[in-house]
Design a protein around this ligand. Sequence first.
Ligand SMILES: Cc1cc2nc3c(=O)[nH]c(=O)nc-3n(C[C@H](O)[C@H](O)[C@H](O)COP(=O)(O)OP(=O)(O)OC[C@H]3O[C@@H](n4cnc5c(N)ncnc54)[C@H](O)[C@@H]3O)c2cc1C
Length: 537
Amino acid sequence: MTEFSARTRAANLDRLRDEAFDVLVVGGGIVGAGVARDAACRGLRTALVERGDFASGTSGKTSRLIHGGLRYLRSYRVGLVRQAVRERDLLLARAPSLVHPLPFVIPAYRGRRPGAWFLRFGLFLYDFLSRDKTVPRRLWLAADATLEREPRLSSDSLAGAGMYYDAWTDDARLVLAVVKDAAEAGACVANYTEVVELLHDGGGRGTGARLRDVIENRTFDASARIVVNATGVWLDRLRAPRGIPTIRATKGIHILLPRTKVGNRHALALTAPRDGRIVFVLPWNELALVGTTDTDFGGDADHVVPNAGDVAYLLDVVNSAFPQARVTTDDIVSAYAGLRPLLRTRRIDARESDISREHAIFEDNDGLISVAGGKLTTHRSMAEDVVDLVSARLERTTATPTKERPLGPPIRALSDFTTMGFDEASALRLQGRFAPEQVRRYLEAPRARDRIVDGLADVWVEVDVAIHEEMAMTLVDVLVRRLGLFYEARDQALGVADEVAERMAETLGWDASRVEREARLYRERVAEHRKFRENRD
Ligand SMILES: Cc1cc2nc3c(=O)[nH]c(=O)nc-3n(C[C@H](O)[C@H](O)[C@H](O)COP(=O)(O)OP(=O)(O)OC[C@H]3O[C@@H](n4cnc5c(N)ncnc54)[C@H](O)[C@@H]3O)c2cc1C
């Protein structure tokens, strides 16, 4: 499969209307994408619909870590950590272009938690739980060795630091890779397609769903023997009304700051001075990605943005760990917020199947299977559990091949890209994202090799790949999730938004008013994510 475009989407909407599916998966976050991939790989006739763009929900707003969750060891959730580190190691092996090892420094200070010995024991256990890992083992650093590695870290009462490895990923691109692999395995996939209602037969059993093409605003019905509800924090909207909702949402925000200002060389796991929570400071190219917060959320789940209080909390963590940083709101390049789909209680009704302590699968009387909880890291094993249940309900004997199946483009030599005329930084970026053949197909396009924004490695050919091979349907899709300029450009790509929209218009056939609308929607999105600046507290 090469083409995965608006045209593919249109053809898939026809298929959704005309064909009968074994399973219809609702929600194109990491969980729905994982379920669709697993089901399609097992040979089930599979469809996946997402009402916005892939990863436009929680899965595109994470800390971008593939990790065991060292902090869960504080509460002795050893089984959970073991499962997550195993999935991390599997992803490092099967998805090497998407998931990369990341060395962490976790400092210990005298008179503060975590104490040095507690930390050393935690890191020992963390290592022990992932004995087959390929990443290096932990290391304990004395205070002076810690400061050699992180010279701008606060040295006051520093007792030393642990060094250990986890992994990082670009969350939205990981989701996209899983979606594309599902399509490769035969799944019928469409973004901007919303389930507005579930369909039932006379006996009350589910028969499929009424879908709305969000772009054309047309509704039609899709038929499926099983519907899987993987809609994250929106899970309860599709389930039959119940006294206690399944999901409780908490909000987590991140900010991106210039790394030269913060001063971190590695990824750091820091303890927040206000409440003792762990906050990450991660290297993200030239920036430091700082997060996250964790606050109860009762607002509109469709509009979640960072506020001044959230931002002040994270700036406080950075400034106390790196006293010379003195970062303020003015230093922030970008900020974003997401909602955690936490399970409200362990036992909501008798049919709940508590598969692990982090995710759960619910089966309603109409046959709807809902799945929630979990992490980006553990999506594959969650999907395996869900599709085992789907197969049982379909009376099919299947086994998942996803443990062995590669994910994402294979890593090819840097010279495959530099010989196409890209400078080294852009070639490195492309190498981590595409196969050389993908890039070569669009080299004839105007300015294909040119950078989009001065100082950043993103090149114009990426916009063409996004349209033709990544089902990018809107300007926001391209600038936020396919390229990431929303996060990394100093002006959040406002200066190039019109130009990128014009380039998309040529392929997607947009008229002038559509171009204007796309640019306006993008500007509104940026403005919404900068509101915290107006309301300093
Ligand atoms: C701040 C934060 C940081 C995190 N960091 C990490 C991390 O570093 N590593 C990690 O492993 N995990 C992390 N997590 C956890 C992880 O991100 C989530 O558990 C995971 O992304 C949830 O995925 P999901 O597919 O269930 O939800 P979502 O990604 O929200 O997907 C649900 C999708 O369903 C769609 N949808 C809703 N209703 C409908 C409908 N009617 N029709 C069609 N589509 C619909 C939505 O548009 C949405 O895209 C983090 C979470 C948060 C909040």
